[in-house]
Unconditional design. Structure first.
Length: 246
């Protein structure tokens, strides 16, 4: 009886230890059935990470209840809680949603055209024609021109030059894309419930906490790296300091 009991305990202990061992989880990341390359796959619980290949495939060591994060700058953040069923299936598919493209603001203004008078070239042409007309009056020789006629070619060229100058005056320099700050980067990459569920912050404390993190010079280094795992580690560390201040 004692031998059977020891055997049962040994088997149970072995099964428990096996279940707690990390296992490789294979999967694929898609967006609208298109494989996504270089998506960062992070095991937040084990603090390990990997990236998808050109076929969108990845492999990472996990345990049940581990939290996987999927991050790409052009797509919305994705989080997955690993279950034993996922590990047994060993072929998960993660779908990510593309972020909408942000367009620069377009400013429409009213364009007023100035009064157009005779250009210098047109005035010279009119004076020349008047002189020719006066010459014909006294000589009686017809030179083939029309009385009181105008040189429309010269006038058109003068008007075109005026419109070109006005068009150049109304052109505005292209708007430069503003640089990304640490607060905007964190809010665009971390999910909304990260601050309440993981950092245990009240909603009204979020803005104050991000200002507290931005004041740390380390935030500039984090912003340059743009690595989600480093960012989250930094936020967890700053959260401990923030709570002590309270």
């Amino acid at each position: 009886m004692r031998v059977k009991l020891l055997t049962t305990i040994s088997i149970f202990t072995y099964q428990f230890s096996v279940s707690q061992t990390e296992k490789a989880l294979n999967g694929k990341v898609l967006s609208q059935n298109i494989p996504l390359n270089k998506v960062e796959v992070i095991n937040k619980t084990a603090k390990t990470s990997t990236r998808t290949n050109e076929l969108g495939e990845f492999s990472i060591l996990v345990r049940p209840k581990d939290s996987l994060l999927f991050f790409s700058k052009d797509y919305f953040f994705k989080r997955l809680k690993i279950s034993q069923e996922n590990i047994d299936q060993n072929n998960i598919v993660v779908n990510m949603i593309l972020k909408p493209e942000e367009l620069d603001e377009v400013l429409i203004t009213t364009i007023k055209f100035p009064h157009v008078g005779p250009a210098a070239e047109v005035s010279d042409s009119i004076a020349l024609q008047r002189a020719s007309r006066d010459l014909r009056k006294y000589t009686g020789v017809y030179d083939g021109t029309i009385s009181n006629g105008m040189n429309f070619g010269a006038m058109g060229a003068g008007l075109l030059s005026l419109f070109k100058k006005d068009d150049n005056a109304n052109k505005k320099p292209k708007k430069k894309t503003p640089e990304l700050d640490f607060k905007t980067f964190v809010e665009s990459t971390c999910p909304l419930d990260f601050f309440t569920k993981d950092l245990k912050l009240n909603p009204d404390e979020k803005a104050l906490f991000l200002d507290f993190c931005t004041a740390d010079p380390q935030s500039e280094i984090i912003l340059k790296k743009k690595n989600l795992l480093y960012t989250m580690d930094f936020l967890f560390a700053k959260n401990e300091e923030f709570k002590k201040l309270k």
